[in-house]
Structure formats: C-alpha cells, structure tokens
Design a protein around this ligand. Structure first.
Ligand SMILES: [Zn+2]
Length: 119
C-alpha cells in the first residue's frame, strides 16, 4: 500500500482545480448506474482532505435517485470531478473521481469492486 500523498487535479478544461491528500488505497470499480455510464472510479475522502482551489462557480450539481449524493460537474467541459455526500452515520464525505488527478494511471491502481447497483 502507498503512503498518503498530496495530489493536484481538475476537470478537463482546467477551470475546476483541486488539491487532495489520499493513499488511494480504496478506489472503486462500481457497477451502479452512474459509475457505469460515466466510467467513474471513486475514492472517498474526508472533507478536510479535499480543497477546491479554483472553479467553485464553474460547477453544476447533478442529483438523481434519492438525491443523497451531490455530483459536481464542470459546466464547460462536463467532467464530474467530485461529489459530496454523507455516510450512513451522517459524516460528510467527498467522493473524488480519481481520473481527475493530474497524471493518474488508472491501470496502476488497485480497484476494489463495489456492488453499488444493489445498494
Ligand atoms: Zn471543465
């Protein structure tokens, strides 16, 4: 397992930028509808490990199903950078699209299967 590192990243057009600290130990390969259609691989972060550095006003929120997860999309390039939600115990969590991390190589990550379709 890798140590925690601080990464930068953003959307495709670059208007939305963030910094985050994570060990990337748990990256999802989830079969739910949105992860499947968007090809999303998510890692979960405590809100204090994620800082939006630019583009707060360039985000559009997308809600569906029980509207528990607030998906954040760049209004220009359409990339979903992250989502905000709550864990079952009520604590806030950031779901980061790891593909938005600068220089990420998906094929080098260990993906953890998640059966989101059944949740
Ligand atoms: Zn963008």
């Amino acid at each position: 397992m890798q140590d925690e590192k601080t990464y930068t990243g953003g959307c495709h057009c670059g208007q939305v930028r963030f910094e985050c600290t994570t060990d990337l130990a748990m990256v999802t390969a989830c079969n739910c509808s949105i992860c499947t259609k968007k090809g999303l691989h998510i890692t979960f972060l405590a809100p204090q490990s994620f800082q939006l550095r630019a583009g707060e006003d360039n985000l559009r929120e997308y809600l569906f199903n029980r509207q528990m997860i607030r998906h954040q999309l760049c209004i220009d390039c359409g990339v979903e950078v992250f989502a905000r939600g709550k864990k079952p115990d009520g604590t806030e969590v950031v779901a980061l699209n790891v593909s938005c991390i600068d220089g990420i190589e998906l094929s080098r990550l260990t993906l953890t299967p998640v059966d989101g379709r059944s949740l």
